[in-house]
Design a protein around this ligand. Structure first.
Ligand code: AMP
Length: 113
């Protein structure tokens, strides 16, 4: 059996986190080392290592996650100004091999400047 990722331990409530939102399929928590004034991680409860490992069977879950990005942004009052980042693979800066969406707000992040 492979070791649980830190996110799986958070999902299983084995280690604490600041939970912003939770449902049957996903959990949103505050990032422990925020890269912006608001930095939340939206994490599916099942393990998909990275977005490029997702498959047809994950279609509903992936749609759910994107809908929840909007819901979480409204909960946080940042619905008009946030960025979503998904790191895919170690070489792209991914440190936890469990798919997660970074929701960042309060800092200008741009790929065009
Ligand atoms: P990534 O580099 O895309 O894999 O993102 C992993 C994120 O998880 C980083 O932004 C970390 O700060 C965050 N992180 C790691 N451990 C924890 C934890 N125990 N609670 C909340 N966030 C965490």
């Amino acid at each position: 059996m492979t070791d649980k990722t830190i996110f799986q331990k958070i999902i299983d409530k084995e280690i604490p986190s600041k939970i912003i939102y939770e449902d049957e399929f996903c959990i949103a928590i505050e990032d422990i080392a925020p890269a912006a004034p608001i930095h939340v991680l939206l994490i599916p409860k099942i393990l998909i290592n990275k977005i490029s490992d997702s498959a047809k069977e994950h279609q509903d879950l992936l749609g759910h996650l994107l809908l929840k990005v909007g819901d979480v942004s409204r909960l946080l009052g940042i619905e008009d100004s946030f960025n979503v980042i998904i790191n895919n693979g170690e070489k792209a800066g991914m440190t936890v091999p469990h798919l997660h969406l970074h929701i960042l707000s309060g800092k200008k992040l741009s790929i065009t400047s």
